[in-house]
Design a protein. Structure first.
Length: 100
């Protein structure tokens, strides 16, 4: 076996939920991470997956407004630009953005 074959990659998954932030009047994204054994990641572990420029600045750990547990929250100050880009991409591919 070579060194690349010896490398073990641990897989993390994230649940994404979107709420509406009435203060900023834009969607707010929430992330809850799990390790490969389906255990909820600790705050420190979630920040390992977030670029250092954003950790604890743009991305913070807060209580989810509907689920009550602590999750990584992406601050909505720039969400309008991101959501517009997502909607434009959907529409350019023939889709229609829908609100549920």
């Amino acid at each position: 076996m070579n060194q690349a074959e010896d490398t073990v990659h641990k897989v993390r998954t994230y649940d994404l939920s979107i709420t509406y932030d009435f203060y900023y009047q834009t969607p707010r994204l929430w992330l809850l991470g799990y390790d490969e054994d389906s255990n909820v990641l600790k705050e420190k572990e979630m920040f390992e997956d977030i670029m250092a420029d954003y950790a604890k600045k743009t991305v913070t750990i807060e209580s989810h407004p509907h689920l009550g547990n602590k999750q990584a929250s992406i601050h909505p100050c720039n969400h309008a630009k991101v959501m517009k880009k997502i909607i434009d991409t959907i529409q350019s591919n023939g889709g229609t953005a829908q609100v549920h």
